[in-house]
Design a protein around this ligand. Structure first.
Ligand code: GLY
Length: 368
C-alpha cells in the first residue's frame, strides 16, 4: 500500500459507526466529506491558537466551497482551555453562529481541542454532529477515535465529560509536518502502549522502524496510524463505555496521571505515560507477572523514541501513591492496574499494594 493512498478504518458501533480516514492533504476535502454526513446551512470549526493560524483557513475554504456558512472559534492553546469556562465561551459562540441541531462542530487540533469540542458538541442543543480533524500523533493514535470527550475540573483531569462518538475522523498526515519534535515523540508512547497490550507483532514493528518513524517517513507514519486506529477501533467496538475491556487502554496511565499532575503538566501526556508504563512494568516484574526481559525491551524502545523512562527525582514516591487513588478507574476504593504479562496480553489487578507502587516508583526514579 502506498503512503499517499487514503486509508480508512471503520469503528463499528451499530448506527453510530463511523470512518477514520488517514492520508496526506485530506483536510482539503473536509467540506465534501462533512456535507455528505451532515447537511446543514452552517458549520463551526473549533481550533486553538497554535493550529488555527496553520490550518483553519484550509478547513474553512473547503467547508465554504461545499456550501456551508462556516465559522471559526479559536481557543488559547494548552490544557488550561479544557475547562467549563472555555466550554461556556464556546456555547456563546455557538449561539452567535446559530449552530442548530444538524450543524456540525469540527474539532481542528490535538487532544485538548478534540476533548473540549466533543464535550460542547455532546451538550449544545443536547447534541450536534461532531467531526474530529486531529493534527497530532497523540490524538491520531489515541484520543481522536473512541468518543471520550471531557473538560477538566479542579478535582482532576477529564472529570466532566460524556461518551459521544464523532461522525467522522480525518487525520491529514501533512499536518504532522508542523508538529514540534517533542510532541511528535510524546505521541509515540501511546503507540508503544497499543503494541504492548494488543499486538506483539506491532510492538516488534516499532523496534524495527525506529528510524523511519523518527524521520517521519510517510509510509511508516501511515502504517503506524492505521494499525493504531485499528487496535483502538476494535477495543472501542467491543466496549464503548469502558465496562470492561476498554480499561486495558489505561496501561501506564495510573502512575502516568500521577506524574502528570505532580509535574504540573510541564511534561506531555505521552511522556508521563512512558514513565508510567516503565514503572508498572517494573512492578509487574517484581510480582512475577512480567518477564524482566520484556520490561527491559519496552524501556529500550521508549528510550529509542527519546521518551523519558525515569521519574524525576524531585517527585516523592508517597505523593505518587496518594495520587494513584484519585484515578477515575478506582472501583470500591481499589485502584485497578493494567499489567502486561506478555506483549499482546493484559490482566487487570486490584491487589496492588501501596508498597508495590512505592517500590516500583523508587526503582525507576532518577538518582538526582
Ligand atoms: N484513551 C483511552 C480511551 O480512549 O479509552
Amino acid at each position: 500500500m502506498s503512503a499517499s493512498e487514503i486509508r480508512e478504518v471503520r469503528v463499528e458501533l451499530g448506527e453510530r459507526s463511523y470512518s477514520v480516514r488517514i492520508g496526506p492533504g485530506i483536510l482539503d476535502g473536509i467540506g465534501e466529506a462533512v456535507r455528505t454526513l451532515c447537511p446543514a446551512p452552517n458549520a463551526a470549526v473549533v481550533t486553538d491558537s497554535n493550529v488555527g493560524p496553520l490550518y483553519a483557513d484550509q478547513a474553512l475554504a473547503s467547508l465554504r466551497q461545499a456550501g456551508y456558512e462556516a465559522h471559526c472559534v479559536t481557543v488559547p492553546a494548552g490544557d488550561g482551555s479544557k475547562s467549563l469556562d472555555q466550554a461556556a465561551k464556546l456555547y456563546d459562540a455557538m449561539a452567535a453562529a446559530r449552530i442548530e441541531r444538524r450543524s456540525p462542530l469540527i474539532a481542528l487540533g490535538g487532544g485538548m481541542v478534540g476533548d473540549l469540542t466533543g464535550f460542547v458538541a455532546a451538550t449544545w442543543l443536547r447534541g450536534v454532529p461532531f467531526v474530529q480533524c486531529s493534527t497530532t500523533i497523540e490524538a491520531n493514535v489515541d484520543a481522536a477515535t473512541g468518543g471520550k470527550t471531557a473538560v477538566n475540573h479542579p478535582a482532576g483531569k477529564n472529570l466532566v465529560g460524556a461518551f459521544y462518538q464523532p461522525r467522522l475522523v480525518v487525520m491529514d498526515t501533512s499536518t504532522l509536518d508542523t508538529l514540534e519534535d517533542r510532541d511528535f515523540r510524546a505521541g509515540l508512547a501511546e503507540s508503544v502502549k497499543h503494541g504492548a497490550i494488543r499486538d506483539t507483532a506491532f510492538f516488534a514493528w516499532h523496534e524495527s522502524h525506529v528510524e523511519p518513524i523518527l524521520a517521519h517517513e510517510p509510509a511508516a507514519l501511515a502504517d503506524l496510524l492505521e494499525r493504531n486506529v485499528q487496535i483502538k477501533a476494535a477495543v472501542v467496538a467491543a466496549d464503548e463505555r469502558e465496562a470492561g475491556l476498554r480499561a486495558i487502554l489505561n496501561f501506564g496511565h495510573t502512575i502516568g496521571h500521577a506524574v502528570e499532575s505532580l509535574m504540573h503538566y510541564e511534561w506531555r501526556h505521552g511522556e508521563c505515560v512512558a514513565v508510567g508504563m516503565v514503572a508498572v512494568a517494573r512492578l509487574a516484574v517484581r510480582r512475577g507477572l512480567m518477564a524482566d526481559a520484556d520490561a527491559e525491551r519496552m524501556t529500550t524502545l521508549l528510550r529509542a523514541f527519546g521518551l523519558p523512562t525515569e521519574i524525576p527525582a524531585r517527585l516523592a514516591a508517597e505523593d505518587i501513591v496518594r495520587l494513584t487513588k484519585m484515578d477515575k478507574k478506582v472501583a470500591a476504593g481499589r485502584v485497578r492496574f493494567v499489567l502486561v504479562p506478555r506483549f499482546g496480553e493484559t490482566v487487570l489487578r486490584d491487589d496492588i499494594t501501596d508498597a508495590d507502587i512505592r517500590t516500583a516508583v523508587e526503582e525507576v526514579r532518577a538518582a538526582s
